[in-house]
Design a protein around this ligand. Sequence first.
Ligand code: NAD
Length: 329
Amino acid sequence: MKTLLLKKEEVRSLISMKEVISTVEEAYKAFNSNQVVQPDYIGIHLPPPRGEIDFKLSYYMANEVISMKASSGGFNDNPAVHGVPSGMGTILLFDGKSCALICVMDGSLITGLRTGAAGAVSVKLLARKNSRKVTSIGTGNQARMQIRAISEVMNIEEIHAWDNSPDTLARFKADIEGEFGIPVSMASSKKTAVELADILITTTRGKGTLVEADWIKPGTHIVAIGTDQQGKQELDPEIFRHAKIVNDSTSQCAEKGETWHPLNAKIITYDDIHAEIGEILLGEKPGRENDEEITIFDSTGMAIQDNTTAEKIYRNALGNNVGSFFEFL
Ligand SMILES: NC(=O)c1ccc[n+]([C@@H]2O[C@H](COP(=O)([O-])OP(=O)(O)OC[C@H]3O[C@@H](n4cnc5c(N)ncnc54)[C@H](O)[C@@H]3O)[C@@H](O)[C@H]2O)c1
């Protein structure tokens, strides 16, 4: 039995953002077509100053691949003490027919790629077609991935960015202007930045309201990324009261996404959630229906996104003779 091994730089060279957008669309459609087995993810929190490691599993019937992503984070002493990054990722792919281990690849890039692509898919379905201005609340890794992916599906003319760390904000401006040539204005206040948005991206590690309801103008599309665990929050729950709410997985979003907050505050009920995004992709429910509605895509991130993206990387590697084989048996 031969297992393909892929290093980080090989993974990087084996897939384009356009391909990831298409693998994430496939993942969402599969999820809403009873093609996916995706148990709740599990994790282990190690005693401080160590962080946590999470395991995300999925089986996709159409590609006959079972994926497991192990990702760690919060090991802040790692670079100085152990000479490794503070967070790492590894993906294992098993053949669904035999459960043979077919691939082991570095997984540190895939989370960002598939999360950026998730935002881009939502923009295609839910943003106004004349959207040109993107506001980014949060300017870390995921903010960069959102810009990278969204610029594949629309023409971004200007970005208004805000972060509670001025240094991080300044680095984001330099990086984005250098890489994409899109002007980034560093907002003096969140309110001003949000009021200018056609598309609002939130990608902080915030634990309370960062964006107030009365700052959001009609027609805005909101991509809510940062809240993927209980205890995190970025949006005023009142934003949900009159918005078109779309989840990646309603069971996940209602438990640990931004959608939990308005449900908990009884501002909305489950009946007020318009759709899971796969239902819109499958044509079962409409996306944006007019230029006035406020749309929210709440993404908590799903293992099936890792599965379809990693499987594409594996196929591309086989097709291009990239990687090396190891015989465990
Ligand atoms: N939905 C998903 O699929 C998904 C996937 C990956 C990461 N995430 C989540 O997205 C968030 C951001 O991840 P990242 O990799 O970009 O992290 P990061 O640390 O690179 O960036 C976070 C940014 O938010 C800012 N920030 C932190 N706390 C803040 C606060 N209280 N108020 C305002 N700004 C604050 C930081 O200065 C930084 O610029 C995390 O919560 C992460 O768990 C979600």
